[in-house]
Design a binder for this molecule. Structure first.
Ligand SMILES: Cc1ncc(COP(=O)(O)O)c(C=O)c1O
Length: 416
């Protein structure tokens, strides 16, 4: 055992909380105007951040919210997901990807992953059926899979495509930014993400009606007028969730958003170094990243011959410092990756209701759910990949020298 930690903590944006961020936050506080719609001396940081992302992503609309979970819920509501609908979701996800569907009263159906560790387009084609209202593609662990093909399938079938870019902000596919492929796309600015306000999120789209729905659902259920007051004449009048972003959070995010390419660039350089070094170990298989130039960089995933080998290598290297300090994850077997793995979600496996009446499972419109399982074994490819893969977190401050040591330790553990 060693107390030397070769991996820095895995919270990429946290390394960019600097004087510039502090000044930006102070400006909002000194103006005593933390609410986005009105105040003593509104600084319009939320407006500025939305404009920055609209331009960066080439999208017409951006709506900031207070979490990625809030972004998913708002997007599901905007997409009109409700009882009787299915939403297709990959099995490697975060719990919010399914809770946002269930809370809308709809039923998630799992799609297997392939060696990109994201949705398998072939299984997507097999699972599509007339009840599917939306497909949620999740760009897990920093990079996407075959998003072009998935977008083409959804377009051909007339199904709404929602991209979850929470873990891949700043990533791209063949030069096109992630978050520009779906009818809707969501982001998270939670602490683990590439830029962070501790908590935060965003939804983007191009369609004007979808945007009106996003504005209403993320707020009090009605659109606002130019003065920031509820517009009772708005074309969308519904029920809101009040998941607005504060001006303070946006102030934290603007300086980081301007450095997003620098942040992802630093992570990608180390991620590629690790992939190159670890892939040279006999029997090691790197995650298939179709466009490595578009990997946003915060993770490396390696697949080994079997689960036993994977665990042995992780334990050997962790004991010799390939881990972060006591508060981080760092270098783990993916079987230990918590609520990212579908069958670890007890509420899903057991089809627990959001209320005591057991909704949405008890809703007669959802009676078809009896043919759907979430138990381990539902997604054989994913089960096999997760059982023999490990995940290493890559912070922007990880050094080249530390990566060399990490590669050497994995080689030593593998006996090469
Ligand atoms: C893929 C994915 N989607 C959605 C979310 C939800 O984001 P948040 O934690 O901001 O609610 C996360 C966050 O952890 C995530 O990893």
């Amino acid at each position: 055992m060693t107390d030397q930690y070769l991996l820095p903590y895995e919270w990429p944006g946290s390394y960019f909380i600097d004087e510039e961020v502090i000044d930006a936050v102070n400006q909002v506080l000194l103006a005593r105007s933390p609410h986005r719609f009105y105040g003593h001396d509104l600084q319009h940081t939320t407006d500025q951040l939305e404009a920055l992302f609209r331009e960066r992503l080439g999208r017409k609309h951006a709506v900031l919210v207070n979490s990625g979970t809030g972004a998913l819920s708002t997007a599901m509501m905007a997409a009109d997901v409700g009882p009787g609908d299915e939403v297709l979701v990959p099995g490697y996800f975060w719990v919010a990807c399914v809770s946002s569907v269930v809370r809308c009263g709809a039923i998630p159906r799992l799609v297997d992953i392939d060696d990109t560790f994201t949705m398998d387009p072939d299984d997507l084609e097999r699972k599509l059926n007339p009840r599917v209202k939306a497909v949620l593609v999740v760009h897990m662990s920093g990079a996407c899979g075959d998003i072009e093909r998935i977008a083409a399938i959804c377009k051909e079938r007339g199904v709404t495509l929602i991209e979850d870019v929470a873990q891949a902000n700043g990533g791209s596919f063949r030069g096109k930014p992630l978050g520009s492929f779906g009818d809707l796309a969501i982001f998270s600015f939670q602490y683990n993400k590439n830029i962070t306000a501790g908590e935060g999120g965003m939804v983007v789209c191009d369609d004007d009606l979808l945007a009106d729905r996003l504005w209403a659902y993320h707020d009090v259920g009605y659109a606002r007028n130019a003065a920031g007051r509820v517009d009772s004449g708005a074309r969308v009048q519904s029920w809101g969730q009040c998941v607005r972003m504060s001006e303070v959070s946006a102030a934290m995010l603007i300086p980081q958003a301007r450095k997003l390419d620098q942040i992802t660039g630093q992570m990608r350089a180390r991620n590629q170094q690790l992939y190159a070094g670890l892939s040279a170990i006999p029997g090691a298989q790197p995650r298939r990243v179709i466009d490595p130039a578009g990997d946003s960089g915060p993770f490396v995933i390696m697949t080994w011959l079997d689960g036993e080998t994977c665990r042995r290598l992780v334990e050997y290297t962790r004991a010799r410092g390939v881990r972060p300090g006591p508060h981080g994850m760092g270098n783990i077997c993916m079987t230990d990756w918590g609520l990212h793995i579908y069958h670890h979600n007890v509420s899903l496996v057991e089809k627990r209701g959001v209320n005591s009446a057991g909704r949405p499972w008890s809703d007669p419109l959802n009676a078809f759910h009896t043919e759907i399982s979430y138990a381990k074994g539902t997604l054989p490819r994913m089960d096999d990949l997760i059982a023999r893969s490990n995940l290493i977190t890559v912070a922007p401050v990880l050094t080249e020298a530390a990566c060399e040591q990490i590669i050497a330790l994995f080689r030593e553990a593998a006996g090469v």
